[in-house]
Design a protein around this ligand. Structure first.
Ligand SMILES: *Cc1c(COP(=O)(O)O)cnc(C)c1O
Ligand code: SF4
Length: 444
C-alpha cells in the first residue's frame, strides 16, 4: 500500500458533521433565534430579501456568541443588518413585506430594482480583465497582473456561508451576465501554455473549496500534468477554514483533498491557501486549529487576508490579536484590504485615514514575524494601492501611497501623493496633491 504522507483524520478525532445551510427560508427555526428581538428578525427578512443570506450549523453553533447580540462580530459577518440598506431601500422593502397582499413576484421585482441601484460590479473589473484565447473571450478567468492568473472554476461560485460585506453577491444571486464561469480545465491549460510570463494561478470564487475534491483535482492536474513548468505557485482563495473546517478533516472527501494538495507540492510547486480571517474568533475553535494543523502538516502554506470592516474588526487590538494568532498557528499575515464598495459601503466602510491609523497601531503591537502583512490596501482598477501614511509636505496635508501590484508593472513601488480628504473611503474620493491635474498612472 502506498504510504500516507498526511495524518489520517482519525488522529484528529473530529466527528463527521452534516452541513446544514441556514437561509432566509429556515433561519426562524433555529433555537438561537430566540435571542433576537422581533425587530431584528424583521430586519433580517427585509435585508435578506435584497442581499444574499446564508450561514450554517457550524457558524451558528461554534462561532457566534449569542450572548453578545447584536454586537457580535461573527453575527454581523453572517446575518443581514438593518444598516446595510440605505433607509429608503429598507423602507421600500419593509413596506412590501409588511403588507399582507404583496405577492412574492412583487418582492422579487423590488429586490432586483434595489440591487441594480447598488453596485455589484465595482470598477467594471469583470469585463476589463477578461483574457482572450484564440480570439475568444474567456469568462472564467481574469489576467490583470502579469504574473498571476485568476481562475474561477464554475463549480466554485458559492460559499459555505455568505459574508454580509461581500461584493460577489451578484454571482450568488445568479445575475447571469455578471457571472464568471468556465468548465474546461483544458482551456485553462491552453491559456497558461501560451503565457509563460505567468508564474501563479489563483483559484477563486465564491469559494473553490466548496467543490468536490475530485473536481478540484481535475483542475489541478491540468496544471501539474500540463507541461507548464513556468507555473510555480498555486493559490486557493478560501474561507472554508472559518466557515466549514470539516472540509479538511471529516468530510467524506477530506483525504482526497489532502492527497490533491500533496500532489501539487510533490510536483515541486508552492501551494498557498489564501485564507480569509476577518476576526480572531474564527481561528479559536479546536476544529479550525486542527484543520490548520493538518494543512500545515501536508505542506500547504496558509496566508491570511481580510478587509477592514466597520462593526466587525475596526479596532487595532482586534487586528493585532488576529496577526499574533495567525503567526502562532503557523499562518502568514498577508493583506489588510480597504473595504470596497459592495453596495453597503456606508455600513462597512472605514475612512482611509482611520484605516491607516488602525493598521499602524496594530502593526506597532506585533513582532516582525507578523509584519509580513501589507496594507491598508485598495484593490482598485489600476492596481493594489497601499496607504503608506499621512504626512505634511510643502505645508499640505497629504496621503502617501504606492502600488503593491499594478496593471502596469512599472507603476509598482513609486510613492505618490493625494490631498488629505477626511471622508475619503476609496481611490475615487482622492485628488492628486500639489495641484497636479491627475495621478501619474492616469493618462490625460
Ligand atoms: C490581488 C490580486 C492578485 C494577486 O496579487 P498578489 O499581490 O500577487 O497577491 C492577482 N490578480 C488580481 C486581479 C488581484 O486582485
Ligand atoms: S467567503 Fe469570500 S466569496 Fe464567499 S461570501 Fe465571504 S468574502 Fe465573499
Amino acid at each position: 500500500m502506498h504510504h500516507l504522507d498526511y495524518l489520517p483524520n482519525y488522529l484528529y478525532n473530529i466527528p463527521s458533521i452534516k452541513y446544514q445551510a441556514i437561509t432566509l427560508r429556515n433561519f426562524k427555526t433555529i433555537p438561537q433565534v430566540q435571542k433576537l428581538t422581533g425587530e431584528q428578525i424583521f430586519a433580517i427578512e427585509v435585508v435578506g430579501s435584497v442581499l444574499p443570506f446564508k450561514t450554517n450549523n457550524y457558524i451558528v453553533e461554534h462561532l457566534i456568541d449569542w450572548e453578545n447580540i447584536p454586537d457580535d462580530p461573527i453575527y454581523i459577518l453572517n446575518f443581514p443588518q438593518k444598516g446595510m440598506l440605505k433607509p429608503h431601500h429598507f423602507n421600500r422593502m419593509a413596506d412590501l413585506i409588511h403588507n399582507r397582499t404583496t405577492t412574492s413576484e412583487e418582492i422579487r421585482k423590488a429586490a432586483h430594482e434595489i440591487r441594480m441601484e447598488l453596485n455589484p460590479n465595482p470598477d467594471g473589473q469583470i469585463e476589463r480583465n477578461r483574457p482572450f484565447l484564440n480570439g475568444k473571450k474567456l469568462k472564467g478567468m481574469q489576467h490583470k497582473y502579469r504574473e498571476t492568473v485568476l481562475f474561477f472554476p464554475s463549480q466554485g461560485q458559492t460559499c459555505h456561508a455568505y459574508c454580509t460585506f461581500c461584493f460577489r453577491w451578484s454571482q450568488f444571486l445568479g445575475i447571469d451576465e455578471l457571472r464568471f464561469a468556465m468548465h474546461e480545465a483544458d482551456v485553462l491549460q491552453q491559456y497558461l501554455s501560451k503565457h509563460t510570463e505567468v508564474t501563479d494561478v489563483l483559484f477563486t470564487g465564491g469559494d473553490p473549496l466548496i467543490m468536490k475534491a475530485n473536481t478540484l483535482t481535475t483542475y489541478l492536474d491540468a496544471i501539474i500534468d500540463g507541461d507548464l513548468p513556468h507555473i510555480r505557485n498555486i493559490r486557493i482563495g478560501t474561507k472554508a477554514l472559518t466557515y466549514w473546517p470539516y472540509r479538511f478533516l471529516s468530510d467524506e472527501d477530506a483525504d482526497t483533498l489532502m492527497a490533491a494538495f500533496r500532489k501539487v507540492i510533490r510536483s515541486g510547486r508552492h501551494l498557498a491557501l489564501m485564507a480569509h480571517f476577518n476576526h480572531p474568533r474564527e481561528m479559536q475553535t479546536d476544529i479550525a486549529q486542527k484543520a490548520i494543523h493538518r494543512l500545515r502538516q501536508v505542506g500547504v502554506e496558509i496566508r491570511c487576508q481580510s478587509p477592514l470592516l466597520a462593526h466587525i474588526n475596526d479596532d487595532p487590538e482586534v487586528w493585532a490579536q488576529l496577526w499574533k494568532d495567525e503567526v502562532r498557528l503557523g499562518c502568514i499575515p498577508y493583506y489588510m484590504f480597504i473595504a470596497r464598495d459592495t453596495g453597503a459601503q456606508h455600513y462597512f466602510g472605514v475612512p482611509l485615514h482611520l484605516a491607516w491609523q488602525i493598521f499602524r497601531q496594530a502593526y506597532q503591537k506585533v513582532s516582525g514575524l507578523a509584519r509580513t502583512v501589507r496594507g491598508p490596501a485598495m484593490s482598485s482598477d489600476p492596481g493594489k494601492i497601499q496607504i503608506l501614511g499621512l504626512s505634511n509636505v510643502r505645508n499640505q496635508k497629504v496621503f502617501t501611497l504606492r502600488f503593491l501590484q499594478a496593471r502596469n508593472p512599472d507603476w509598482v513601488g513609486r510613492p505618490f501623493f493625494a490631498r488629505f480628504t477626511k471622508n475619503a473611503l476609496w481611490l475615487n474620493d482622492l485628488k492628486p496633491a500639489f495641484g497636479n491635474p491627475r495621478f501619474f498612472f492616469q493618462s490625460p
